[in-house]
Design a protein around this ligand. Sequence first.
Ligand code: TXA
Ligand code: MG
Length: 542
Amino acid sequence: MKNTLKLKTIDVNEDIENIKTAAEILRNGGIVAIPTETVYGLAADAFNGEAVKKIFEAKGRPQDNPLIVHISDFSQIYSIAKNVPESAKKLAEKFWPGPLTIILPKKDEIPAETSGGLDTVAIRMPSNKIANKIISLSCPLAAPSANISGFPSPTAFEHVEADMTGRADAVCDGGDCEVGVESTVITLVGEVPTLLRPGGVTLEDLQSVLGDVRVSDAVLNPLKNGETAASPGMKYKHYSPKAEITVVRGNIGEFAQFVNNTSDFDGVMCFNGEEKYFGNKIIVTFGSENDSFSQARRLFDALRELDERGAKKAAVRSPSKDGVGLAVCNRLYRSAAFRFVNAFKRPIVGLTGQTGAGKGYVGEYLKKLGCYVCDTDKIARQITEKNSPFLGILAENFGQDIIDENGELKRNLLAERAFKNKDEQLKLNSLMHPEIIGISLERCYDALGNGASAAVIDAPLLFECGADKYCDTVISVTAPEKIRLERIMKRDSITQEQAKRRMSVQHDDEFYTEKSEFTVRSYGPYDIKQELKTFKDKYLNN
Ligand code: TXA
Ligand code: MG
């Protein structure tokens, strides 16, 4: 146990003596918890491997998880990064000092302890005045969040005190952190800039400077088996309070009904003003529903509060993913170990039918009724576009040469290989279908979260790919052969012969009627409104 010095560092001028003390401890190889605008950091001299080792011991942090080097002046970047590309300068100009971390190739002077053994290094210039002063009076500082590894990051001095007393040489009291979630991490190593961790600088902000920015799959998803983390921090259990957290999706009415009927939940984490919906529960709020910044600021404190008040199992409202909301979701999903429950009372609807039967027209009508319509054909195109991570999976299974030197999919070559025999065709389907279904469902849940009256999965092969299993109900659209034939010829400008060939591989009407709750006709004299009346009355009028 260390004798930990407590230093008040609220004001740069008034508290300058304490700031100097902190800087001196750091220059001498000690570790000090310092405030930043994102979360508190546990700092050490970034160039001193022995000092940096103490951070890992104090936090109980895995050794291969690299640290961020914090600077106070842009010129310091040249002593840390091997080269500084134009894109890094542009980002720095716009967002530094501030909550953005940039990953670049590292100089040899940065020890392996700091970079977690990688040949790259993460760099950030915090805007917090106390942090800036401590760095300028000492040196560039390696600093992870000042929590015990795995716990929520500290955003208030009480959190740091609780986690780091006895572990750090000193803890600085700089009040509450403004942003509340850790910095955005972007890597500029590699072909396309990639967002590894969302934060206070949003994806939209980054795109406004760099144009194309990829989002690492790990931002909103657990790592798949055998997948390596682009950012080692993503692979660890993270931000977890002791209480078991479950993200319950639905609007406040659906959420409250579900949670109040589930006695298992003794805790609730809801948005401001929603406390009144819950009876006998431990209730904690985390910001306003329509203000992601307020959620970011409150998130970690709210998670810690659940523990302090003794909650064992807590249901948490599902925030929007827009803007800073992406950072809130990224942290919250991890703290919940990706445990989700859907409390939607509004349905997921499958929409299918033969080509030319008028499915598109029905979809347009449903949109007018406030439904979200997810176009699976479009998703199939998106996941096979250049730079889509899914192309890598296809290449692994069908040969690397199906991707050309520009990174584009050679569609004909893939088709040739996949349609060679039944097994290969099944293999392609077994890769494509779950991917498309997964993305469709995610989009549907988002849309329901944003208030859609129903989410519709528009899929010509709804039954064939097994997506109907995820639907509460299915609408099929049918039309007599003659009408379909005319529509297809007109729509795709093809001959009768070609249109007939296409239609011949399709199922007949009975196939659809048997498998669907609703069969509708979208041709005269029938009227879509009348055709969908029972569906509408049953599902959309609440
Ligand atoms: O806001 C913040 O960034 C806070 C404050 C203290 O500045 N710091 C912070 O550090 O959150 P930490 O260590 O908790 O998170 C650093 C993240 C980890 O996910 C780590 O894996 C990633 O950045 N990282 C660091 N260096 C990296 C590198 N060379 N390549 C890829 N990821 C890296
Ligand atoms: Mg951390």
